[in-house]
Design a binder for this molecule. Structure first.
Ligand code: BES
Ligand code: ZN
Ligand code: ZN
Length: 496
């Protein structure tokens, strides 16, 4: 999608008209330049209440004497915030028919610049499909060309806002592409190669790959144990942006299980194909780096993704194995399907080497989190209440909900109750499974400078098992991988 901004009233192609609930005739600001017949058609549907302006509703009209329009509802005027505008923009792209053509002109009636930007953002976000694996479609349409009209005084601010939002959207779409890729093509080394190639595009980013041999030598027992049963060997990918900048920066850590069969603790067959999304955490991290790089972010940011394929095999780990992680802590592996926490134990510990301001991990970690919050909200845990609130608020600001969940000492105790090792990868029962997983991770969050009696680095864990895909109520998405939290992270990192 190409989006341009300009003042003026000429209409190129189809006129997109965002309308508040209760509008009974064509608003003055929309009327100029419209074909008379089209205008009276729109007046009729508004006057007779055929189009009520309800949030996300749309109606396409082709004028009898030329001119085309699409009405899109913004809902009640008093509730029309950036979220309403973003959803309306997405609704236009979702409902657009071929007959409306590829040239669109959006005209608002008195919207603030941030709302206009959000409308364009919704259009850009929703303009996504994953069809690399389908035969070339001869009817495939050309790229959409969208012109957003505004007042002369708004042009500069709006076009720079839309330029930024386009960069952030490219990060969301990268995350979605990675998650939608089939697992035969998206395996640990493929992810690492893609990151490596990507980094070449930017002067201020560096990617380092810790391969299987190096991971073994370094003592990354969690990553190695999970990945060793696959012919596609595990690796760790480190992204460093503006690493020469002084001071501390954020650190993102992602679970990157490119396929989760459960390992020897094999999952049931139904819907197992969905476990290609088990690298959603790593996709979130990579997508965030893309969003930051594309928008020219100048601060320091570091990220680590823990890539492995969890397969049952003669050389796979067994339930009952005890492994030694990078931290030196031993884990009794009671269920090989609780593998995300094993790879993250090494990723979180490694994160301490970069002396980050804070660490946030993203993981499609537990089915229990989907039971708790459905596809509506991400589970959010933190060792720092203020930090957790900041993330919660960043999510709200962009319309990606992250819900605060408890880190209780009782959960941690449950996870250290191993007869033969320091800790275990399975709770005592299935209750509170998302919380015991979070408590398990907390044990691997390093203290500042790894000081024995020091303070833990501020850390948050985001369980995106339910939100990284299947978000049917989310009009911004359509289907498949959602790319959730790239926008949350962009907001958090760039707004302090
Ligand atoms: N990748 C799964 C979690 C998952 C489940 C993500 C459903 C998305 C949808 C994870 O590795 C897993 O299998 N977790 C187990 C943990 C259990 C064995 C303690 C689970 O949730 O059942
Ligand atoms: Zn699993
Ligand atoms: Zn998993």
């Amino acid at each position: 999608m190409k989006v341009s901004v300009s003042p003026g009233h000429n209409i190129n192609g189809t006129l997109i008209m965002p309308i508040f609930e209760g509008t009974e005739s064509v608003p003055e600001s929309h009327a100029e330049g419209m074909h008379t017949a089209l205008k009276s058609q729109v007046n009729m549907v508004l006057g007779e209440g055929d189009f009520k302006g309800k949030a996300k509703s749309t109606m396409s009209l082709v004028g009898t004497e030329g001119g085309k329009a699409m009405l899109v509802g913004l809902g009640k005027k008093e509730d029309a915030d950036v979220h309403a505008y973003r959803k309306a923009g997405a609704a236009v792209v979702a409902a657009r028919k071929k007959s409306l053509g590829t040239e669109l002109t959006v005209r608002f009636s008195g919207a603030p610049v941030d709302c206009m930007g959000s409308f364009a953002e919704g259009m850009m976000l929703r303009d996504y499909s994953f069809d690399n694996y389908k035969a070339e479609d001869e009817d495939k349409e050309d790229e959409l060309e969208v012109r957003v009209t505004c007042d002369a005084g708004q042009e500069k601010e709006l076009s720079s806002l839309i330029h930024t939002l386009a960069g952030v959207t490219s990060g969301v779409h990268l995350s979605r592409d990675l998650g939608n890729m089939p697992p035969n093509d998206m395996y640990p080394e493929a992810f690492a190669d893609q990151a490596w190639e990507w980094a070449k595009e930017f002067d201020n980013v560096q990617v380092t790959i810790i391969n299987y041999d190096q991971a073994q030598k370094a003592g990354m027992g969690g990553l190695v144990a999970v990945g060793m049963g696959s012919s596609r060997k595990p690796c760790m990918v480190i992204f460093e942006m503006n690493s020469d900048k002084k001071g501390r920066g954020p650190m993102l850590v992602g679970k990157g299980i490119t396929f989760d069969t459960g390992g020897i603790s094999l999952k049931p067959g139904a819907n197992m194909d969905e476990m290609k999304y088990d690298m959603g955490g790593s996709a979130t991290v990579f997508g965030t780096m893309q969003a930051l790089a594309a928008t020219g972010f100048e601060g320091k940011v570091t990220a680590i993704t823990c890539m492995a394929e969890n397969m049952p095999a003669a050389n796979a780990q067994r339930p009952g194995d005890v492994i030694t992680t990078l931290s030196g802590k031993t884990i009794e592996v009671l269920n090989t399907d609780a593998e995300g926490r094993l790879v993250l134990s090494d990723g979180l510990w490694k994160a301490g080497e970069f002396d980050p301001e804070y660490i946030i991990d993203f993981a499609t970690l537990t089915g229990a989190c989907v039971v708790a919050l459905g596809h509506e909200a991400t589970g959010l845990w933190s060792n720092d209440d203020d930090f957790r609130t900041r993330i919660h608020e960043a999510g709200n600001a962009v319309g990606e909900l992250a819900w605060p969940m408890p880190l209780l000492p009782a959960f941690e105790k449950e996870m250290t109750d191993s007869k033969i090792a320091d800790t275990r990868n399975l709770g005592a029962g299935r209750w509170g499974g998302a919380n015991t997983a979070a408590a398990f991770l907390k044990q691997f969050v390093p203290n500042r400078n790894y000081e024995k009696d020091g303070e833990q680095i501020p850390w948050a864990h985001m369980d995106i098992a339910g939100t990284y895909w299947g978000a049917k109520t989310n009009t911004m998405v359509g289907n498949g991988a959602t790319g959730v939290h790239v926008r949350t992270m962009y907001h958090l990192i760039t707004n302090g």
